[in-house]
Design a protein around this ligand. Structure first.
Ligand SMILES: [Zn+2]
Length: 112
């Protein structure tokens, strides 16, 4: 069962997140290959998101097939996680979306 973080918990945590970190939460990471290591039988590829610096890694066989799922590594991402508060649900995402808009210059348009 998924535990959803309360809107208050999301708002509080988001105070410590950069706009880039919030954008990654809303729209996904911009994964780029970072390093690849090899040992007999397998490669380990590490990818990094340049926007928020989160990393993930996966083991790949010599012939290119995944041997593991992706493992996220948030250790370089500072206060990115909502520790023990649950996942960000639709209500939390709504708060984050509007929060991002407040840091942008909003162009007012007349009603159509
Ligand atoms: Zn990211």
């Amino acid at each position: 069962m998924t535990d959803w973080a309360s809107v208050e918990a999301v708002e509080e945590a988001a105070e410590n997140w950069t706009d880039n970190q919030i954008e990654c939460r809303l729209y996904g990471h911009n994964w780029r290959n970072h390093t690849v290591t090899h040992r007999p039988g397998q490669y380990t590829v590490t990818q990094r998101c340049p926007k928020c610096r989160v990393r993930r890694w996966q083991r790949i066989s010599e012939s290119g097939y995944p041997l593991s799922s992706w493992h996220a590594d948030y250790s370089s991402a500072g206060a990115y996680l909502l520790k023990g508060k649950g996942r960000v649900g639709q209500d939390g995402k709504a708060i984050l979306r509007i929060g991002i808009f407040k840091n942008m210059s909003i162009i007012e348009e007349p009603d159509e």
